[in-house]
Every structure is written in structure tokens, then in C-alpha cells.
Design a protein. Sequence first.
Length: 601
Amino acid sequence: MLEFNLYDSSGRPASSDMIRHAHAVGPDDLPLQATFTRGPTSLRVERPSSDSTALCVQLAVPCPDAATLEREGAAPLSTAPEFSGHLGVLTLQTALLPQRTEPYLLGLELARRHIMLFLNKLEDWGLFDHPGCEPILRQFEAARRTFTEALVASRRRGVVAGGEGDITWQGEADRLAMVALAIIIDAGDRLAVLDARRSMPERLSGKAYQDAVKIYTRATAETPSPGAAVSIASVTGVTLPGTASIGVPVEPLVFNDAIQKAILSFADFITVPMRWVDMEPVEGKYSFAGSDRWIEWAVRTAKLPVIAGPVLDLRPQNVPEWLYIWENDYETLRDVVIEHIQQIVTRYRRAVHRWTIASGLNVNGNIKLSIEQVIDLSRTAIAAVRKLHPGAKIQLAVDEPWGEYHATRKRSLPPLIYTDAMMQIGTAVDTIGLRLVMGHAASGRSTRDLLSLSALLDRYALFNRPIAITGLGVPSRLATPSSGVPGDEPSDLGGVEPEFDGGWWRCAWSEGWQADWASQVLAILASKPYIQSVCWNQLLDGLSGGISASLEADLPSGGLVSTQAQLKPIVSRLGQIRQAIKNGGATTGAGCDAIPGLGVL
């Protein structure tokens, strides 16, 4: 059993309602199924096993005041004019903890784990001696010093004088730990951006790839094929030639000149979704008109590469009603899937150069399949495309890559285990796709800090495949239940349980902050040598006329075009980022500094 005592920012006992998204995590960050019991000011976690367990929770992270930061030697946490005074409503994780009857302090264990993550990435990225890291290391030392004070305070007993009355030493320890947590989260964000700044010039100029080829040739006495991904021991993941491309999914049911012009201003490619409910609304009767016109425009007019898919996505908004007839007959369902893939791939194989064959099968949250059937259906879908279109590249997309869903769904597969299984059985997957959608009140869409995001990418890079971000997005308005943080707007979702607060990062979501967040994250992604492409999650916020259901179910207000058909600031920002990447690729030494909006930290 694990029990956590909860305190507020002043060190006084806090209600357990402050905790959302609580789930247990085991070794290798694999989500575990556990039972949670809320006390008035505590949270208890019980598991059948006695193994060490971590707790993952979502909570508001307040910033320490300026005087506290100055005393600890830490830099101001933000200079952005929109800064809310909070680091956001973030999903965070404790370290692995042995089970015991004595309660833990939640703030102390969250800070302990984030300090450990910071140290691990500092070593992995080789930034100890980087001259630009000195201010960040001073901030880290401030966090570690404050954490040590919290650790010492947690061993004391009795009360201590507080600003508004006496509090217990346990409360004082948790207050100090939350100060340390805020400092180290900010330092981690800065570290992730610094690593991007350091790596970007070599990625864009091609030097990183040239060096990897030289090392590979010396080690193996072989020369890799031109343009092939190169894997060497000294670099996490594969190293790819060229720069990361930026794309957007089109909406087959919306086709006009304004949207086409906007796409041309920033996109290196388009993704044409193949939602089964749109392609075959009635069994045996296909509707290709919407996809046909976008693919024809991309190939003949825009001269843009086309990525198609996911061809197989079994989320409720993508599945036609008639398919549920076969939900309990897997053999027939598999035959129907193969026939559907044959129809789609045969029609578009001359125009499509890359297929996202499936997405989200790891979640297994709609049409119920056994674990064996999930693996078999994935393998079967990949084999069908490979047979029909041998020259195409195939990517398999993983949804909810942190894997929170596995804590409540017994028949799901944790994303890392699913990915490993697909690699182990020898499927011909060219690229691993990841969907990174945050800020939405739904499972797997809670907001994370930049260091945790960058570390997650490095975990998937260990499979030594190129990585494509098949869906990147955050909303452009705050549309989650109130988090209790001053300045939050009330929810406009209605009926959403508090456990599914999407959270936010540093500022409440707005159109401008959506663009600024994209600048930070795209800089991190484009600097990684193994990132092949980044596709924004959706084109439209959602419109009337029958297409809003599929869009709104994914990420309300997450599009590039508003419901009033107005382009958002992120469209011009993506164009600027794309141009900065292209200029960096042509000019040695250019990099993150050319990306607008990157200086908000």
C-alpha cells in the first residue's frame, strides 16, 4: 500500500479533490492497474503486488514568489507577458516507491522524480559542460538545495510558525518540496530547449548525418545506402538525412481556395485521413469523392507528397455502424479489414508514397479485441499494404503514448510493449508514428512539461526506427473543467468529469499561446535526429453539416482554422518555422534562434 498526504502551497492540509488523473506506474514507466481511495487530505494506492510503484497525477503547479527564487539563486521562471504565475496544470509522476504503511509526501516524491529525470537527461544529452547550461545548472542547484531542506524538514515532528498560523513540519516539508518542484520543472523546460538549440544546427546543416555515416562506415566497413537512416551507438535512435518536414491533415469534406492557400504557406506534405465511416458509410458502397479531389490537388497542382491514413482507426468516431455486426466474430472482422485495405490501397497506391496503416490499436477501447487479436490485426494490416504496394513506406501510429489507458483497460496493450511486440515479430514497419495531443479533457490528452515530452521521444527512439509525429496539437481556448487555479475560465464542455481535465502549460490556452507552444515543441522535435516529420493534428476546429463529430471528439479548438473559417495565428507561425528550418538547412550554424516565439521561457 502507498498513501500520500496532501498539502496546499502554504503547507496546510489540502483536499484530495486537488488530484486528478491518478494512476499507478511500475518499472519502465508502464501503467499498472490499482485501487485508489481518497481520504479527506490523503490518497491511498493499493495493488495486489508488493512491488515498488510510482504515482502519476495531475495537479496545479504554482510558481514561487520572486523573493523565494532570488533567495534560492534561481532565475525568474518566465518573462512572457501572458504568464499566469503558474507553471500550469500538469501531469507529473513520482519516483518508484516501496510500499509501506507510513504516508509519503506527494510534493516531496514528485520533486524527487523530476530532479532524477533532469539529471538523467543532462547526462544523456551531454550538456554538463555546455556553456549555455550554466544558468540552468544554477537553477538545478537551487532546486536540489530546496529539496534537501524539504527532506530534512520531513524528518522533524511538531509544528513550525507559518505566515498565517502554525503548520506541521510535514506541511512545511511539502511546501518546500513544491518550491523545488516548480524550480526543477522550469529548469527542465529550459534544458529541453537548450538541447534543441545545441542540436539543431548540425541537424539542419546535414553535419549530424555526415558524421553518423563516417562513424558507421568505420565501425562496419560498410557504406549505408544513400538517404538511409543510420544507427550508431553514440546517438539515441537513428540519424536521418535532411530536415524534419511539416504537414497537415486535410478534411475530405471541405475543399476551398482559402484553405488550399493556407496549406501552401507552411506545409511540406498533406495527410489525407481515410476514416472508414466516411469511405464506406454503407457496407460495400464506397465514397471516394472527398479524398480524390484532395489527392488530385496535391499531386497535380500543389506538387506536395501525400501521406494517407490511418487506414485502420477503430475509435468510435471513425467506425461505421455496420462494422459492429462483426465485433464478436474476429475471423470475419479480419477478412472485412483486409478487404477494406485492399479497396483503399489499390485505388490510391499511385499517388500515395507513405501509408499510416493503423493508429490507436494499442488502446483497444472501442471494438473489443483480445491482446493476441490486436497484434494479429496490426500484423495483417501491414502485410496487406506491403503486398499491394511494395514500394511504399509504412508507418504504424501509437495513440496515447504515455499509456494512461492501460491503468483501467485490462485488454489494452501498454504503448511501449505494443511497439516492441510489432518490432519483435518482424513486421515491415518503416516508421513509428506518435500522436502527441494535449490539453483536452479526455484520456491520454493531459498536458506535460517539455522535459517529459522530450524524454518520451527518446524512449521511442530506442526502437531504432524513424519517428513521425502523426498528430501534434493543443487547443486554442481553455475548454476544461476549472482546475482551481486563479484565472481559469469555467468549463465550456459540460458534463465532463473532473478526472479528465486537459490541463495547460504556463498560460491558459489561447490562439496566441497555441502558436507559442508550437514554437517550443517544434524546435525540440526538429532538432531530434530521428524525427522524420511532424503533422499538426487537425485542420479545422469543426463545422456544422455532419463533420463536427469526428473533429470535436479529437481536440476541440485544436485546428488551424476556427469555426468562423478564420485562420489562426498558428498558421503564419508554422510558415515562419518551416522557413526557418529551410534556411537553417542551407546555412551552417542557423537553428533554433531563427524560430519565432521560442524565447518565451
